[in-house]
Design a binder for this molecule. Structure first.
Ligand SMILES: [Zn+2]
Length: 181
């Protein structure tokens, strides 16, 4: 279980040591990720997280976040669970204010401390997981997608093209029956 928040002084100590936090991450402990998990899935999935804290440029701590595993998301075609691989590998420089962000070569790879100097570690990890998840997950294998197996073959263009002639055939059929009487 990852610490929810880490104070800046503790973070500086961890950076000096090159501390590594490792462990399983439950989808239930990440409310925004949990909201995307298929409620009917037998297992929500498994995530392994590894967070390394190191000293970066200008003695700012750098938090390297790696998360690997799978999540049972909801297929947007059939609404059944679809196992989705999760692979996060980012290094975020910890900055104490927006001005600090502007000094970085890549401001997007940063994370801000809150007003009390706390790093919201679990939120940062959750943000990175959300960033790699698709907006509309779909079964890549149509054989696994219930929408395709339940709907059956879609009418092809040929069926639509021949519709007027089918009506004509019905018309001729009526004439034939009338003629035969
Ligand atoms: Zn599907």
């Amino acid at each position: 279980m990852l610490a929810e928040r880490i104070g800046s002084s503790q973070l500086a100590e961890m950076a000096a040591l090159g501390a590594i936090l490792e462990g399983g991450l439950g989808a239930r402990d990440l409310p925004r990720v949990w909201a995307l998990v298929a409620p009917q899935a037998a297992a929500a999935g498994e995530l392994e997280a590894r967070v390394t804290v190191q000293a970066g440029p200008a003695s700012r701590p750098v938090v390297a976040i790696a998360v690997h595993g799978v999540l049972a998301l909801v297929c947007q075609r059939c609404l059944e669970p679809v196992r989705w691989p999760v692979d996060v590998d980012v290094a975020l420089t910890v900055v104490s204010d927006e001005a600090g962000t502007r000094e970085l070569a890549d401001p997007f790879d940063s994370v801000l401390l809150d007003a009390e100097g706390m790093l919201h570690l679990r939120d940062a990890v959750e943000d990175e997981i959300l960033a790699v998840l698709p907006l509309a997950p779909l079964h890549a294998d149509l054989g696994e997608c219930r929408a395709s197996s339940m709907a059956g073959p879609e009418p092809g263009p040929a069926a639509q093209v021949h519709r007027p002639f089918a009506d004509l055939g019905a018309l001729l059929g009526r004439r034939d029956r009338q003629g035969g009487q």
